[in-house]
Structures are given as structure tokens and as C-alpha cells.
Design a protein around this ligand. Structure first.
Ligand code: FMN
Length: 141
């Protein structure tokens, strides 16, 4: 996968959406989060993962080379499919500095409900990515 992060010096971010593998259960989620928190600590990455209606939304931030290393793993991970990059690039400061990987799901907060009452459009790409980022920041607050 080529990435705009290839040309980023320093801090970068990566925002994507993917489809959870059908049949993914609580045990799988627990494994994903345990691995994520361990490796993110090693790589200096922070962020937030939200799971809702069979979809994952994840914001990752940290040194660009570490992000690229993780993206290569994510791209091969059979526990999710159809990874779609929503936004990526350079970052001026961390949005999730207190979280190795904040996790939320529909029990905690609903992205669909959030969009229903927000001014962000789900149709325009930049607006959609911005809405998801704002939602993830709200669940981690
Ligand atoms: C939706 C999703 C999110 C993930 N997020 C992370 C993450 O933030 N950090 C991480 O290290 N691994 C994450 N993983 C797991 C990686 O894809 C990869 O399987 C794992 O890092 C490999 O760990 P291992 O080499 O210890 O087996 C995620 C996997 C999925 C399916």
C-alpha cells in the first residue's frame, strides 16, 4: 500500500474504516486490543478504535515510520477486510496522547447517532473523515 506517510517527517496520523471479519467475537476483540496496546507502547503509537455494526474505525498517530510498520501488519490481518483509508498525513500534535489504544463500541457511544445530530455530512469525504475524528475524540475525552 503506498501512503502519503512515506513523505512525512516526524509525527503522522492514519484514519481508516474496515469491515470486521464475519463471526468475530469478544475473544478476538480482546486479543486485538491486547496486541495493539503492547505493540503501540513499543512503537510509540497512540489512538482510538471504535467497533460498531460490523465496522471498525481507527485513528492511529505517532512517528511516521512506526505508523507505516503497523499499517503493513493491519493490511494483512484477516480479522478485518476492505481496509479503506479515510485520511492520513502529517500531524502537529497528538490527539490521543493518553491512550495506547482507546477502545469503544456501540455500548459506549454510537457513531451513527453522533452523525445523526452533527453538522458533518457522511457524503462528503473530508467531512466524513473529520466527523469520525471528532467522534473518536469525543469517546476518548
Ligand atoms: C481492527 C484492528 C485494529 C488493530 N489495531 C492495532 C493497533 O493499534 N496496534 C497493533 O499493534 N496491532 C493492531 N492490530 C493487530 C495487528 O493487525 C497485528 O495483527 C498485530 O499487531 C500482530 O501482532 P503479533 O505480531 O504480536 O502477532 C489490529 C487489528 C485489527 C483487526
Amino acid at each position: 500500500m503506498t501512503s502519503r506517510l512515506d513523505s512525512v517527517d516526524g509525527l503522522g496520523f492514519f484514519l481508516y474504516r474496515s469491515t470486521a471479519r464475519p463471526g468475530l467475537d469478544q475473544g478476538d476483540m480482546h486479543d486485538i486490543l491486547t496486541e495493539a496496546r503492547r505493540r503501540n507502547q513499543q512503537l510509540g503509537l497512540t489512538g482510538c478504535l471504535h467497533h460498531e455494526d460490523g465496522l471498525f474505525f481507527q485513528w492511529l498517530e505517532g512517528p511516521a515510520p512506526a505508523l507505516l510498520q503497523l499499517i503493513a501488519l493491519l493490511d494483512q490481518d484477516p480479522r478485518h477486510l476492505n481496509l479503506e483509508v479515510l485520511d492520513e498525513g502529517a500531524l502537529d500534535y497528538r490527539r490521543f496522547q493518553d491512550w495506547r489504544m482507546r477502545f469503544s463500541d456501540r455500548d459506549r457511544a454510537s457513531l451513527m447517532d453522533w452523525f445523526a445530530v452533527s453538522d458533518n455530512s457522511t457524503v462528503h469525504r473530508g467531512d466524513y473523515a473529520g466527523g469520525i475524528t471528532a467522534f473518536l475524540m469525543s469517546v476518548a475525552a
